[in-house]
Ligand binder design. Sequence first.
Ligand SMILES: Cc1ncc(COP(=O)(O)O)c(C=O)c1O
Length: 441
Amino acid sequence: MALDRDVVPNDLSAFWMPFTANRQFKKAPRMLVAAKDMHYTAADGRQILDGTAGLWCCNAGHARPKITEAVQKQVAELDYAPAFQMGHPKAFELANRVRDLAPDGFEHVFFANSGSEAVDTALKIAIAYHRARGEGTRTRLIGRERGYHGVGFGGISVGGIVNNRKFYGTLLAGVDHLPHTHIPENRWTRGQPEHGAHLADELERLVALHGPETIAAVIVEPVAGSTGVLIPPQGYLERLRAITRKHGILLIFDEVITGFGRLGSAFAAGHFNVMPDMIVCAKGITNGVIPMGAVITTAGIHDAFMTGPEHMIELFHGYTYSGSPIASAAGLATLQTYAEEGLFERAAEIAPYWEEGLHSLRDCPNVIDIRNMGLIGAVELEPIAGEPTKRAFSAFLAAFEKGCLIRTTGDIIAMSPPLIIEKGHIDELFGTLRDVLKTVH
Ligand SMILES: Cc1ncc(COP(=O)(O)O)c(C=O)c1O
């Protein structure tokens, strides 16, 4: 592919990059200038195999024609419509399609523009819901250690990644955390690990400590991604559901990465057959093409707000771009692409091959654990003494040099390719990783 070198600026100083080692990047930039299907094109013209679906979001692969056309058409037809007290058809259509994909009982969709916003929306709805029902004492939120729920103040408060929290003061008041489920007994597990369901019982301890009447909601990722791929132990989510139900506490699943096919099902809730009260999603809802997030709720939650005079706003919350026409058009075309190409089923079909390839890396140097579920995989490396994160980051840099995009968090390599991945790509990705792991020390 011929590249227009002018698209890469000489001066990289103004852009303060998110979650990036800015100084390192700007010394040796890794620029992507185009993308198609399973590949990015780097600024030097190299094809880079996308092992991470962008950032867990381009589930249908890149530059898919239906989505591209839908966005182009929408921007020419209706670029923007006010989100408050006005509507446009595609937002309603998309909400219906998302409802159709969600498990039975999920009836309503509130749109945001990112996972972080959708998380904060769900937390606010949970507290307001209890208040609307006359249980205004239920304001406490429970998250989990190692949880990632985006970067809003709500999200970092219920989240459990220390670097995302410790710089930002007191965070939200009235938050507590469950222990994480990543225990050494479960090393090398394929799929759901055997040990750890009892860790859900810690919720009983928190309930006893705070009083159930003070707790609004528990939020967890059914499969945690950003913190290094933590798969729920067998029976864990079921137990969390039983305890929350027993105490009148809402359960929120943050499905920002598990939503839209990552596990081979539309949502993790359906995959594990554990029904929360709200599902948070984003990323794959528009294939990452236009920012969008959403909260999917049961009728019970929604209807609790539908009281009072009809001319009154029921929920004092929303964003200028909630359900924007272009995001809605991208979402509709994305869901159509998933359905027409049977991509969720495809992910389920190819997942065993993915699992085999991933676990074949077990004998590579410094590998201390491998885990997987659906089209998610993690390779955990022994940290270099006194230099945590360095070994995995070196692997990331080396993989990019060799033409593969992976992601790292701490000393964990996490991969989550587009659901259109072929066996040949899987061989290439893990073959490259094998070579890389031999060379990074
Ligand atoms: C589980 C989870 N929740 C929330 C978010 C935040 O989403 P965003 O970056 O779109 O705000 C992420 C992003 O990776 C995520 O993985």
